[in-house]
Design a binder for this molecule. Sequence first.
Ligand code: MF3
Ligand code: CO
Ligand code: CO
Length: 265
Amino acid sequence: MNIKIHDAAAIEKMRVAGRLAAEVLEMIAEHVKAGVTTLELDNIMLDHIENKQHAISACLGYHGYPKATCISVNEVVCHGIPGIQKLRNGDIVNIDVTVIKDGYYGDTSKMFMVGEPSLRCRQLCKCARESLYKALKIVKPGASFSDIGDVIQPIADKAGFTVVRDYCGHGIGTEFHTDPCVVHYRNNSYRSLIMQPGMIFTIEPMINAGTWKCKVNKKNGWTVTTADKQPSAQYEHTVIVTEDGCEITTRRAEETEIEPVFHNL
Ligand code: MF3
Ligand code: CO
Ligand code: CO
């Protein structure tokens, strides 16, 4: 498998795109509350992307996807289509934003909590976040892409949760989704694929409270829910492999637990 190695100019553009994607999540935080519809949130984000950032939503029209962002509530694993659904107290909500700036992509998502979700839901969000953070710690030249699943799977196992198998992270750059498929569960499929400086990809573990099995909504062809309707949580960052670790293009100001640059060697 041939994985693109990006040069310094491309990396600089990825930083800009990543910062914009992160900034959309920072901006929307104050709007995520009980009573707002997911379509209202989508409209605010699209307006911000187009009119403030002078960027493009990568999702809008992507293989026919109808909205600017993905908003996935409770048992929705990913690709929730914004609509008339009002957020309610206790909901856990993933917002996934991908912007294109100057031809380059920034892709990131985080969980928002509405009011006070159940302890189990809060633990699920924490597990998804920490599994992403632990995975970031192993990204460096010489690491295998299979190391990512080796890190994430035991964290989910220990918490009594499961790792989604149907969707993975991906290479990204001047295209939305490229090789490799970044697998989040324990696997050997990419054991011999080794990380090198200049590779850029996403890590985006989806962690389920119950079964890892998913179902795609047959009517809209997009919305993915857990097969057992138990909740799901996800966090996503776009990362660049550096000489001694990685750089997180999509780090948000609130993420005090992680530095924008990891020295992992
Ligand atoms: N942002 C998602 C990802 O992390 C992909 C969304 S594609 C869409 O890869 F069409 F549903 F928006
Ligand atoms: Co992604
Ligand atoms: Co995404």
